[in-house]
Design a protein around this ligand. Structure first.
Ligand SMILES: NC(=O)c1ccc[n+]([C@@H]2O[C@H](COP(=O)([O-])OP(=O)(O)OC[C@H]3O[C@@H](n4cnc5c(N)ncnc54)[C@H](O)[C@@H]3O)[C@@H](O)[C@H]2O)c1
Ligand SMILES: [Zn+2]
Length: 388
């Protein structure tokens, strides 16, 4: 028998640009990251809701492309939102467009859309020819603060969140605050839950600055929103690039605080609850579990709870009470699904205090049940207080 081990390393650069109006003449520094030669093509995908809200966008992209030597392969509009990653249909459409445009591995795919659309097109771009150069322009608060700066993409499959996917580092991420202008007030505010999440697990000073403006988050000013997005995006990117495990080979996933139950809640509601709203419930549940296990001071859990409510989130959803055939809560199997998704052993993050977390590897179902009951009681009490 012969045995040879070869070791090799690959170095990546994660390029993030923060700006306003990416297509205006004075804001095109991000184009310097591209190999601008006529043999390189540029193909653009925009999600339907973005082009509906900003009809002149296709023209702006074409004008920008015309100022470069790149061969422009046009702008294609496809369905976005969570429904676009519910099956492989939109990814398949994107693959067909990529094939017909003859995009090779040295050409660029520019994707403009919310977190779900970035996931679908990123997935297609990572599969075509084993990976095209992807330029991301996230257009929602959540996608700018979190998902757009990640190095993975996925679609839902077998009724499970993000079951089909790949790790793939984008060539550049262009975070353009102009896209935030056309968001509904709800989508504009709710992505901030991921900023709160990363602050809670990584950065006490950031948590304190979010908490100090607690009454501003229901309708934040552009300035406040943009600075919160930038800080959140940098914390997410910093963890991914400098945390020692960019492609999640270990079991530990600090950026998934509150997500083990959130992903299951999304599936249990057939994705009618938004990712952000599900994460708010998931964080609320993990705060109660953290307190009940003795890791987090209950007074601090209350303070964070109140902040989540000030941001306009519900901290309970009736799907938490759905039961399987044996009468157990369906959410319990989220633990095993999460473990399988992570690989290795179950690793869940619990909070000790803002900026400090602890990993645990087991939770009793009875504790989950008690905390969900507590969420339900709190929800009923809040409703009773505000009903006439
Ligand atoms: N790949 C990752 O690392 C990662 C990380 C976190 C979250 N995610 C995924 O991101 C998704 C959630 O992203 P999201 O919160 O952006 O939701 P989303 O993509 O569903 O967008 C929310 C809504 O806003 C609309 N929209 C998007 N941009 C708009 C604009 N500029 N103007 C008007 N409307 C606009 C969309 O059509 C949709 O209806 C989830 O599927 C989640 O799993 C992925
Ligand atoms: Zn998330």
């Amino acid at each position: 028998m012969a045995h040879h081990d070869f070791h090799f390393q690959v170095s990546y650069k994660h390029r993030l640009y923060f700006l306003q109006n990416a297509f205006s003449a004075e804001n095109r520094a991000w184009l310097d990251a591209l190999d601008l030669s006529p043999s390189r093509k540029l193909l653009c995908f925009v999600e339907q809701a973005v082009i509906d809200a900003r009809q002149e966008l296709a023209e702006e992209i074409a004008t920008m492309a015309a100022t470069t030597p790149l061969t422009f392969s046009g702008t294609h509009v496809l369905l976005g939102g969570e429904i676009s990653k519910a099956s492989a249909a939109v990814a398949e459409q994107a693959l067909m467009v990529i094939d017909r445009a003859g995009i090779d591995r040295h050409s660029y795919v520019l994707v403009i859309g919310g977190g779900a659309f970035l996931d679908v097109i990123g997935y297609a771009a990572a599969l075509a020819h084993r990976g095209l150069r992807l330029l991301r322009m996230p257009t929602t608060t959540l996608a700018q603060a979190d998902s757009g700066v990640g190095v993975k993409c996925a679609i839902n499959h077998f009724g499970k969140k993000n079951w089909l996917g790949v790790f793939s580092v984008p060539h550049a991420v262009i975070i353009d605050s102009a896209f935030l202008k056309t968001l509904s007030p709800e989508v504009r505010r709710e992505g901030l839950i991921e900023a709160l999440k990363v602050a809670l697990v990584k950065d006490c000073a950031f948590y304190e600055s979010i908490a100090s403006s607690k009454n501003a988050w229901l309708n934040p000013s552009n300035e406040l929103l943009e600075s919160c997005i930038e800080r959140s995006a940098l914390l997410h990117a910093g963890h991914i690039c400098e945390g020692g495990d960019p492609f999640e080979s270990g079991s530990s996933r600090p950026l998934d605080f509150g997500h083990w139950s959130a992903h299951k809640l999304e599936a249990l509601t057939d994705y009618t609850i938004s990712h952000a709203a599900a994460v708010a419930v998931g964080i609320a549940l993990d705060l109660l579990i953290s307190a009940r296990l003795g890791h987090l001071d209950p007074a601090m859990a209350d303070e964070i709870f109140e902040l989540i409510e000030c941001m306009g989130f519900a901290t309970y959803h009736p799907a938490l009470d759905l039961r399987d055939a044996s009468g157990n809560r369906a959410i319990h199997c989220a633990l095993e699904e999460f473990r399988e998704h992570l690989g290795g052993e179950l690793a869940l993050l619990m909070l000790r205090k803002p900026g400090a977390a602890i990993e645990i590897n087991h939770i009793d179902h009875a504790i989950i049940d008690a905390c969900i009951d507590q969420l339900g009681l709190r929800h009923d009490a809040v409703r009773a207080k505000f009903s006439p």
